[in-house]
Design a protein around this ligand. Structure first.
Ligand SMILES: [Zn+2]
Length: 152
């Protein structure tokens, strides 16, 4: 029956379907938990796609996401962020997550050192819920250059 079905299909269409299937399986995703600030979108996208060798970066944006997650990981907004990470991880097979804070953030108007502390707390909050994911805290500086934040 399958043979008959297959033989009735134009070979070009069959090859297109097969190719699409292969492409869907080889597309590589990662996840950005980023500020909504337009200035940091492109630098973070470029940094994470290169770091994780990803074809696509799923974008989860809030005003100062590290402030949200550090203040209360059980808040409705935090839960919304986690549920979107869940889609990226489980539907797209995301290979890693970047959590971002940046210079001149109006959603998280705190000194750099405190923003970085909140980033570390955010990493911990994400790690509890996604223990198998690689989670990278990122700082975007006044020149819109992205760097990884250490834990020391
Ligand atoms: Zn911001």
């Amino acid at each position: 029956m399958y043979a008959r079905l297959l033989s009735s299909l134009p070979i070009g269409r069959l090859l297109t379907w097969l190719k699409q299937g292969v492409e869907e399986h080889t597309m590589r995703f990662c996840t950005a938990v980023n500020c909504m600030d337009g200035r940091v979108q492109r630098p973070v996208l470029d940094y994470l796609s290169s770091l994780f060798m990803a074809d696509f970066v799923d974008q989860i944006t809030e005003a100062g996401p590290a402030a949200v997650l550090a203040a209360d990981p059980e808040s409705d907004l935090s839960k919304s962020i986690f549920s979107r990470i869940d889609v990226s991880v489980n539907a797209h097979g995301s290979v890693g997550i970047g959590i971002v804070a940046h210079y001149d953030c109006r959603g998280h108007p705190k000194p750099e050192a405190q923003q970085k502390d909140d980033l570390r707390l955010s990493v911990a909050a994400i790690r509890v819920r996604f223990p198998r994911q690689k989670i990278i805290p990122l700082w975007v500086d006044r020149h819109w250059k992205v760097s990884e934040v250490g834990f020391d």
